[in-house]
Design a protein around this ligand. Structure first.
Ligand code: AMP
Length: 287
C-alpha cells in the first residue's frame, strides 16, 4: 500500500494501477463502516484508492472541525489490512488553493434534512467529492447508506455533471446493539452511549409498524417521536419520512420511503436512517 499526498504522486500511482479503480472517500478515524466500503471496493475492483481528508468546507462555523477525531497511523494500518492499494491524504492547499472560488452546488435535494440544518454542508461535500473524482478518475466510488442524503446528492451531481463513475452504496454497519458506527460516537460518555440507542430503536419501531401495515407517514413520524420522548438525553432535530429520491416529506408511503433522524445526544449530533423497501420486500433490520 502506498501513501501519497501531492497530486503529482497520486498521478504517478494512478497510471500504474490496474483498472477498474474503486475510490472510497473518507475523513479518516476509520471504523468498520468505512472498512466495509473498502472491502467492497477490493472485491469489485482491480485497485482501491482511499482518500483521507477532513474537508473544512462541509463543517459549519459552530461545528466540530477543530476537534474532529484523527488517528492517521491507525487508519493506515486498518487500510493496509483491508487491502487498499493507495491512500491519498491531500494537503488542504491542494484541495483549496489560494483564491479558491469554484463550487459545486446541487440545488433542490440539498435544501432539506441535513442540508436545512447544516447550511453549506452539501456545497462542501459535492465540491470535495467532485474534486476527488477529477483527481482519482475512478470507475466506481463507494459511499455508505449511513449518510443517505449524501448519496442522493452525489448521485444527482454525477448525473448532472456527467461524471463517468458508478456510485456503489453499501449498507449501514452497526454495533451489535444497533448503534450505527460513526467517527463521532467517540464523543459520547458512557451514559450518552446508552442513550444513543434511541436512534436505532425509534427507526426499528417505526419500521415494525410499517411492516404491520401502517403506511401513514405522519403516524410513522409520530411513532419515532414517541420513542425519542422516552429518552431525556435526546434532543430531536428532525424526524423524517420522505421520498428516497426527492427527499420530499410523504403523506402516505405508497412505495418506498426513507425514515431518517438527526438527534443531539448531549452535545453530540447523531444521524441514522432506515429504508422502507418498496411494496412486498421486508424492512431491513435496524438492529
Ligand atoms: P466519513 O469519514 O464520515 O466522511 O465517511 C466516509 C464514508 O463512510 C461515507 O460514505 C459514509 O457514509 C461511510 N460510513 C460512515 N459510517 C458508516 C457506517 N456506519 N456504515 C456504512 N458506511 C458508513
Amino acid at each position: 500500500m502506498r501513501v501519497v499526498s501531492s497530486l503529482k504522486d497520486l498521478n504517478l500511482e494512478r497510471e500504474n494501477l490496474p483498472k477498474p479503480i474503486g475510490l472510497v472517500p473518507t475523513m479518516g478515524f476509520l471504523h468498520e463502516g468505512h472498512l466495509s466500503l473498502v472491502r467492497e471496493s477490493v472485491k469489485q475492483c482491480a485497485s482501491t484508492v482511499v482518500s483521507i481528508f477532513i474537508n473544512p468546507t462541509q463543517f459549519g462555523p459552530k461545528e466540530d472541525l477543530a476537534k474532529y477525531p484523527r488517528d492517521l497511523k491507525r487508519d493506515l494500518s486498518l487500510l493496509e489490512n483491508a487491502g487498499a492499494d493507495v491512500v491519498w491524504c491531500p494537503e488542504e492547499a491542494i484541495m483549496y488553493p489560494p483564491g479558491f472560488q469554484t463550487w459545486i452546488n446541487v440545488e433542490e435535494v440539498t435544501n432539506k434534512l441535513e442540508g436545512a440544518m447544516r447550511p453549506g454542508h452539501f456545497r462542501g461535500v459535492a465540491t470535495i467529492v467532485g474534486k476527488l473524482f477529477n483527481a482519482v478518475l475512478p470507475q466506481k466510488a463507494y459511499f455508505g447508506q449511513k449518510d443517505a442524503q449524501q448519496v442522493v446528492v452525489i448521485r444527482r451531481m454525477v448525473k448532472d455533471l456527467n461524471f463517468q463513475v458508478e456510485i456503489i452504496v453499501c449498507p449501514i454497519v452497526r454495533e451489535t446493539d444497533g448503534l450505527a458506527l460513526s467517527s463521532r460516537n467517540i464523543y459520547l460518555s458512557t451514559e450518552e452511549r446508552k442513550a444513543a440507542l434511541v436512534l436505532s430503536k425509534a427507526l426499528k419501531t417505526a419500521g415494525a409498524a410499517y411492516n404491520n401495515g401502517d403506511h401513514d407517514a405522519e403516524n410513522l413520524r409520530r411513532i419515532m417521536l414517541k420513542v425519542f420522548n422516552t429518552e431525556p438525553l435526546a434532543k430531536v432535530q428532525y424526524i423524517s419520512c420522505a421520498d428516497p429520491d426527492t427527499l420530499d416529506e410523504l403523506i402516505h408511503v405508497d412505495s418506498c420511503a426513507l425514515l431518517s433522524v438527526a438527534v443531539y445526544i448531549g452535545s453530540t449530533r447523531l444521524i441514522d436512517n432506515l429504508s422502507l423497501p418498496c411494496s412486498d420486500d421486508r424492512v431491513e433490520k435496524a438492529a
